[in-house]
Design a protein around this ligand. Structure first.
Ligand code: Z5A
Length: 218
């Protein structure tokens, strides 16, 4: 491939993004594609520092606009230093969350004006969007239960560093978030594919891979 493919995974807490990204990356690598996986917030050492502010329990009490500015600061460096160079080399880039998460979490979830989010996106990234976005959709309670089980199984020495600042928000926040992702998908049907993430792992994987093969032309 001369030009790479930019794939993003989106969804609420515990929707299975990380698990499915690993599976998709393995299948595509097995088929001979050059694949990199990355995540947001994060992906560069600088952006990983911003991640700690945003997702750790004691990371800070940020306003939605401050969160949004930090996210685009991290994303600008991540895109230009990691994602774009890999795409230019013809690689497939699979990213755990991207701009749709800002639209859903800060916009729908925290009620930040969606037009302001689009303006910040234009300033920092221009018209950059993924080629394919998978939105893993799951009932909020089920997703939070999965996420809670994963968090409690994670070994951590300092509780203040636990990545659960968003998990700890109330159920109505997570309901708005879910609806936000579904609206985003409805408004960008060429790019976004909603996947029923409540299915068993293998079935979710199969739905994702079938769409991928169609996009890659078999
Ligand atoms: N954030 C934001 O506000 N604005 C932005 O612009 C961006 C991010 C980019 C970090 O994201 C936080 O940053 C995020 C929003 C905010 N909110 N939080 N918290 P993150 O992606 O790193 O965090 P996350 O969404 O909480 O990830 P997660 O809990 O790790 O979920 P996941 O990656 O979607 O799921 P998973 O780790 O693959 O699976 C979770 C568990 O469920 C695990 O034990 C699996 O084995 C299990 N699982 C997965 N799939 C299944 C199925 N199908 N059946 C049964 N069990 C399953």
């Amino acid at each position: 491939m001369d030009k790479g493919v930019f794939i993003t995974f989106e969804g609420g807490e515990g929707s299975g993004k990380t698990t499915q990204i690993n599976r998709l990356a393995e299948s595509l690598t097995h088929k001979g594609y050059k694949v990199i996986t990355t995540r947001e917030p994060g992906g560069t050492p600088e952006a990983e520092k911003i991640r700690d502010f945003l997702v750790q329990r004691e990371g800070g009490d940020w306003s939605p606009m401050a969160e949004c500015l930090l996210l685009f600061a991290a994303r600008e460096m991540h895109y230009n230093r990691i994602i774009k160079p890999a795409l230019d080399e013809g690689k497939i880039v699979i990213c755990d969350r991207f701009t749709d998460s800002t639209r859903a979490y800060q916009g729908y979830g925290h009620d930040l004006d969606l037009n302001k989010i689009e303006q910040l996106k234009l300033i920092s990234l221009g018209d950059v969007e993924a080629d394919i976005t998978y939105i893993l959709d799951i009932d909020c309670k089920e997703g939070l239960a999965r996420s809670g089980r994963r968090l409690s199984a994670t070994q951590i020495n300092n509780e203040a560093q636990r990545e659960d600042r968003f998990e700890n928000l109330d159920t109505s926040f997570h309901e708005r978030l879910r609806q936000g992702f579904l609206d985003i998908a409805k408004n960008a049907p060429q790019r976004c594919h909603v996947i029923d993430a409540s299915q068993p792992l293998d079935d979710v994987e199969q739905d994702i891979f079938e769409i991928m093969l169609t996009k890659l032309g078999g």
